[in-house]
Design a protein around this ligand. Sequence first.
Ligand code: ATP
Ligand code: MG
Length: 566
Amino acid sequence: MENEKNLNVEGEEKEVVSRNFIEQIIEKDLEEGVHETVHTRFPPEPNGYLHIGHAKSILLNYGLAEKYNGLFNMRFDDTNPTKEKVEFVNSQLEDIKWLGAKWDDRLFFASDYFGEMYECAVKLIKKGKAYVSDLTAEEIREYRGTLTEPGKEDPYATRSIEENLTLFENMKNGLYQDGEKVLRARIDMASPNMNMRDPVIYRVAHMTHHRTGDTWCIYPMYDFAHPIEDAIEGITHSICTLEFEDHRPLYDWVVKELEYPHPPKQIEFAKLYLKNVVTGKRYIKKLVEDGIVDGWDDPRLVSVAALRRRGYTPESIKRFVELCGVSKAQSVADMAMLEYCIREDLKLKRPRMMAILDPVKLIIDNYEEGKIEMLEAANNLENEELGTREIPFGRELYIEREDFMEEPPKKYFRLFPGNEVRLMNAYFVTCTGCVKDENGKVIEVHCTYDPETKSGSGFNARKVKGTIHWVNASTAIQAEVRLFENIVDEEKGVYNKEDGSINVNPDSRTILTDCYMEPALGDAKAYESFQFVRNGFFCVDYKDSKPGAPVFNRIVSLKSSFTLPK
Ligand code: ATP
Ligand code: MG
């Protein structure tokens, strides 16, 4: 994936392209003519919202199809009606589209193949490779044996083909209760691989499916359905995560016994794990159901919808996934790397504005009362292309409370009585003192300004050490800002060792309602993001913002000790 420039003996630059192990397999298959093209798919189960781990899988599958001029299918693996919902189908499609994967007219549902899957099962029965069993789930487990002991033959394994065909048809026609009968593949009860000990491939389940309604009362098991779905669609490389490695012999058995001419190949890679982050659908679901977060897209989560709401961009997620790489070895990525990626992405793209999150008034006693002057400010110091804007300046401003100290420590260069600082994009001011309320809390800071020192005027007779940001009080908009920390208590780790619950950080969200901002921010649109001087990158919350009254989520602060891994 990464292209590195290397110098060869003659000192010329030559490009050394290193490929990940999946790309190596694909290129070998293309070279040897095992497959003529590359055809991948992303097969989520519509039982929750997609998360950052799925994003990795989507971008990997889509990226490979793009790289090798192949095709990419979007397919819902909706073979288990208990947990699946249309709400999740729609949210997943939206997330995948947002991440940049395109499937054109190749949107499929495994449930559309139920008829074909049934025929596949009949084919296996006719070949003597599947039988109907009356054992209960518990008996099947007992008969299965253990890792050290072989399993026992199912007493129903000797049923005739005719009997099996009739019983299976009866299963389909609703003659049996849930669990009364199953269809098992006849493979090898003594196989060292437990998945090969006559696995169940069809079960009776009287459930309504979100797409096929009550047409079916038998449903195929994942290990049987998945290879058929891949084979029907002409998938060449069926990429999944490591937990399916032990299922690969069964995958291969299914496509072989069903005699598909160009069987797909299953390739496993290691899941993306983030340190101290809740990723699994079922854990996120628990946080949502317990009301610990505000929903699947709460900005503290790492579902794709939550990352989007928080202000992450598809580009930043793509970069992150690339930096994580693709491998068979399990590793743990750091949230700081994801944060690095969004900072890098927004740094040059988004304007830098002034917003005060913890306000105190600064009054310029020698500035004309009621006067407003417009001052020019660069939108992004590192990218001139973003141009300039005008910001109002007047006698009363808001500054950050921490930018004034009555009795400053050494090396404090901001406002304290007698000290002069620069007001960003404006004038030099000298602090003259402050006013406190009856509790001793500072409610106003006072200063005087020097009209000669206007920013951009070329004034250089004096230098000051501190620059502080500000917002003119009479024209400011008041807005809500939300700051986030990890939802997980990092000291304890994600899971409580005793009961498996999540160790929740009770202070993961801080809501600031008394923030003041440049008036231009009043028009900010949902999902628009900005750098706020010194405070970080922020994004307009799409759910809770109102026209003229935006709510900002902090995406990330400005600084980090994170450095890119070599
Ligand atoms: P979870 O339980 O974490 O929600 P899942 O594996 O049950 O995940 P599916 O909808 O079955 O979710 O997964 C769709 C695809 O996404 C599968 O191919 C799966 O291997 C892949 N996937 C799921 N989690 C990760 C992850 N953390 N990293 C990379 N790929 C993942
Ligand atoms: Mg799952």
